[in-house]
Design a protein around this ligand. Structure first.
Ligand SMILES: [Ca+2]
Ligand SMILES: [Ca+2]
Length: 342
């Protein structure tokens, strides 16, 4: 037995020989050792949760999926291990998005989900999805879980964590938009109630607004601009979109609130199908001020990049209406998601 304070080694039973001994001051007893940062992440990637001792509500739960590839099963993703087999996979579904559902044993509070995706490193094989979101069933419909804060923000192979504002529900599901040319593989899903909540950052008040537009193509959906779904790419074929084809020139999309909001920044994700709808040539944000539309005072430029949010900060305005005014470029214009923050 070694005493770290004195460096003394006691040989149990008096047998053996001490070859080396040293005192190490301030060493913690095993039960007092705290693991933080990188070590916590290393364990999490191996499927072991050191951050909290909440019960994994998904373990052994009743599960189902929109499809299960031959040789895989939904149950494999709640069997308690994050190893590479067995797994659940969407291969062969023919869908651009698939869902995987967990039904709890009655109503549970839940605010964190951990997902372990499988990538087989083949050209057209399994990968992490292009994007994913957590939905819960409110008794009538599937609803996007509020305040989803994903780490990492873009899905990666193996370990992904998403925290959100707590919901009480009997069922959650993850909706996965597959990478182009790939199916999604899932090794394990874990669900927890940590009482830590979701994004503690600025609130996206666009979710509470009523959306309208200068024009909406009959097959597109104006409510898509603020449904809270992070698009997988600008040419999103999985989720609802707003587009104004064939209209060109100046088009606008508008958010209105029943009581004033104070907002100071915006994230804009444009629709671009490399055909009739492209990112705009330019755009800016206006706010409703005493019945007229006035440009906000932007601190920086209005980006028009595809496949990402274009963020802009502006001097805070308190208003019941915001409008994104888009000048078309190569074709008509569209928006997949518009977030505005307090
Ligand atoms: Ca598993
Ligand atoms: Ca959307």
């Amino acid at each position: 037995m070694w005493n770290p304070d004195t460096g003394q080694v006691q040989l149990t039973g008096g047998r053996g020989q001490v070859l080396f001994n040293q005192a190490i001051a301030g060493l913690s007893a095993p039960q007092d050792v705290e693991l933080t940062g990188r070590v916590v992440d290393v364990f999490a990637k191996a499927g072991a949760n050191l951050e909290h001792d909440a019960e994994n509500l998904a373990l052994g739960a009743a599960v189902s999926a929109s499809h299960a590839a031959s040789g895989t099963s939904a149950a494999a993703a709640v069997n308690g291990t994050t190893v590479n087999a067995p797994i659940w996979s969407s291969a062969g579904s023919g869908n651009t998005s698939d869902w995987y559902e967990v039904e709890f044993d009655g109503t549970e509070l839940v605010d964190e989900v951990r997902l372990y995706f499988y990538r087989d490193r083949t050209a057209n094989g399994l990968s992490a999805p292009a994007s994913y979101r957590i939905e819960y069933h409110d008794g009538a419909d599937w609803v996007n879980a509020p305040g989803q804060d994903k780490s990492p923000a873009a899905p990666r192979a193996n370990y992904n964590k998403v925290k959100f504002n707590e919901v009480g529900t009997e069922r959650i599901r993850v909706v996965m938009d597959h990478q182009a040319g790939h199916a999604t593989g899932l090794k394990e899903i874990q669900a927890y109630y940590t009482a830590e909540g979701g994004s503690s950052g600025p609130e996206n008040v666009a979710l509470a607004a009523a959306a309208s537009a200068s024009y909406t193509s009959p097959w597109e959906t104006i409510t898509a601009v603020n449904d809270g779904i992070d698009p997988p790419r600008s040419n999103d074929t999985a989720n609802s979109r707003w587009g104004a084809w064939p209209e060109e020139g100046e088009q606008w999309v508008q958010l209105e609130w029943t009581s004033p909001v104070t907002v100071t920044s915006s994230d804009m994700y444009f629709f671009d199908d490399n055909g009739g709808v492209r990112v705009p040539a330019s755009w800016h944000i206006e706010y409703l001020s005493n019945g007229t539309w006035q440009p906000v005072n932007a601190n920086g430029s209005y980006g028009t990049a595809p496949d990402q949010y274009n963020s802009v900060d502006f001097d805070a305005v308190t208003t019941t209406g915001l409008r994104a005014v888009l000048q078309s470029g190569a074709a008509s214009v569209g928006v997949l998601e518009w977030k505005v923050f307090t």
